[in-house]
Design a binder for this molecule. Structure first.
Ligand SMILES: [Zn+2]
Length: 84
């Protein structure tokens, strides 16, 4: 469990797409979809809407299903001109 240190609140908190648990952004792998393809955002280079995945084994195992669902959703929003 995270301790209740008030400094922890300065960290960006993100939600894992699979388990919906909240983690500090630094603990999560970030990724996004570009033309329907999954791109892992290693260098935080892209300024786009990102999703996050934690490192729990069950989340990694379940991820392919979510990936398919998310890719579908993201492609339809990309058609509205969100991406170049
Ligand atoms: Zn997770």
């Amino acid at each position: 469990m995270p301790n209740k240190n008030s400094r922890a609140q300065h960290q960006a908190i993100r939600t894992c797409v699979v388990c919906r648990q909240r983690y500090a952004q630094d603990e999560l792998m970030s990724f996004f979809f570009l033309d329907g393809k999954l791109v892992v955002d290693l260098g935080r280079y892209y300024q786009t809407r990102k999703r996050y995945l934690c490192s729990a084994t069950e989340c990694l195992n379940a991820f392919p299903n979510y990936r398919r669902k998310l890719a579908k959703k993201t492609v339809s929003s990309a058609r509205k001109g969100e991406l170049q």
